[in-house]
Design a protein around this ligand. Structure first.
Ligand code: ATP
Ligand code: MG
Length: 428
């Protein structure tokens, strides 16, 4: 959707919830999570915001009373479409209840400006308009329809090319008449829907540098799940840049939630043993089985309830149902695969919308490519994989990987040791 709306004098932002308005008992918590998410995002844009809550709505004002700047409105247009839990957001004008004169004044002043931009953006035959009045405040002197007609008379007589279209108008004036004030807007910025971040449990995501796993993380966050991150590298066979890239991805994802932690595990001790001991065609599967075991240790430690991957059915050799089953066999935790049936193009769309695509495009060798087999098994036999794996002395190898595990700072990429993990029981 192209944005044609001009920047008007706006003194407030109205945010409408997504599904959460309907959740009876948990509403309070949901609204709290939503507000926290909005505040994290908008504080940065506005340099401080003040909230006012009303059933089904949150109004936000810059903390110092002033109009919104053009940059702020543009930032809303750019950032709101990815924010979880939000149905739509409108920059607009808020005035006191019952103040019909203020509504008239605002619309008469702003409508000509809006119309001018509108007429430039739409050919004659598409110039449809509607005013939608929502009268919750039953004390307001005019009924919704009376209001709509009163303005229609003026607007249609002054702008003869406008046609009324109540169903899908290209130009829409929204007027909300509520007991604690009136809100007028011309623009609705669609949010990402879903549920506000932090309202739906917690999970640990296996984050690689690819396009898929960051989108999988985002989809979980969009359903309200708080996400921590774990990544596997093979230092010194994989470069430091791989970890920087993971931190950059996690920083973008953390823009949608309360900061998730980033853990980096060195898989190399296991990979070497697998290379030297196991069948070549099963290598990738062995890597994956042990990634799951190690991720489970981290998840248990963080009290995360599930693992998340960017697996996508049939996209690459290892992602057949048969192989997923064989990998899952080694995992004591529930594995969530939010992208399982997504189309690649859909995944790329989301990656672009949330701002991870460009980072994912930077080419850095992944841990999985270290000693990668020439002909990986696409339909591995579980019994054969288990028997092959039994040749390894797993426990000390997993310990070695955990010894080389760090927690990363997404701000300065510093790695801190994570020795607490060494006390944790191994999932075997
Ligand atoms: P992605 O685009 O997310 O890398 P992919 O299409 O490349 O996915 P695979 O390489 O088979 O698919 O990986 C499947 C999933 O396994 C990834 O989405 C991710 O969740 C996990 N994974 C793979 N490699 C790593 C790694 N080095 N560190 C953490 N997780 C990984
Ligand atoms: Mg990958």
């Amino acid at each position: 959707m192209s944005i044609w709306q001009p920047i008007l004098p706006y003194n407030a932002v109205c945010c409408r919830y997504s599904e959460i308005g309907t959740k009876g008992r948990n509403r309070g918590d949901f609204v709290r999570h939503l507000n926290e998410g909005l505040k994290r995002r908008l504080d940065a844009i506005f340099g401080g915001v003040r909230f006012e809550e009303e059933r089904g709505r949150v109004y936000m004002y810059p903390s110092q009373e002033r109009l919104l700047t053009a940059e702020e409105v543009e930032a809303l247009r750019r950032e709101i479409p990815a924010l979880p839990g939000i149905a739509s957001v409108s920059p607009g004008w808020r005035c006191g209840r019952n103040d019909l004169a203020a509504v008239e004044d605002y619309i008469r002043k702003t409508f000509p400006v809006v119309y001018e931009a509108f007429a430039k953006a739409f050919p004659l035959e598409q110039r449809t308009y509607a005013m939608r009045v929502n009268r919750i405040d039953k004390n307001f002197p005019l009924r919704s329809q009376e209001m709509e007609m009163r303005f229609a008379d003026w607007i249609l007589s002054e702008h003869r090319d406008l046609k009324l279209d109540l169903k899908a108008p290209k130009l829409r004036i929204g007027v909300d008449l509520r007991p604690d004030g009136i809100f007028i807007d011309y623009e609705r910025i669609q949010g990402a829907g879903g549920l506000p971040a932090g309202s739906g449990g917690r999970a640990l995501a296996l984050l690689s540098g690819g396009i898929d796993s960051p989108v999988a993380c985002y989809e979980m966050i969009r359903r309200g799940t708080y996400v921590d991150f774990v990544t596997f590298h093979s230092s010194p066979y994989t470069p430091e840049a791989g970890l920087t890239k993971i931190c950059d991805l996690a920083r973008v994802l953390n823009g949608f939630q309360k900061r998730g932690r980033v853990v980096a595990v060195n898989l190399l001790p296991l990979q070497k043993a697998i290379r030297d001991t196991c069948e070549e065609k099963f290598r990738t599967i062995h890597y994956r089985r042990n990634m799951m075991r190690l991720a489970s240790v981290v998840a248990e430690f963080f009290e995360d309830e599930a693992l998340v991957t960017g697996d996508n059915l049939g996209q690459v050799a290892s992602q057949t149902l048969t192989n997923m089953r064989v990998i899952e066999d080694a995992c004591p935790m529930m594995i969530l695969r939010p992208l399982l049936v997504y189309d690649k193009l859909g995944i790329i769309d989301v990656a672009q919308k949330i701002g991870t695509f460009d980072i994912s495009q930077i080419q850095v060798p992944d841990s999985c490519t270290v000693f990668a087999p020439v002909g990986p098994s696409t339909h591995a036999n579980l019994g054969a994989v288990r028997a092959d794996e039994a040749k390894l002395d797993l426990a000390p190898l997993l310990k070695q990987c955990l010894e080389q595990t760090t927690i990363m700072s997404t701000l300065n990429y510093a790695a801190h040791s994570f020795t607490e993990l060494l006390e944790a029981p191994l999932p075997m």
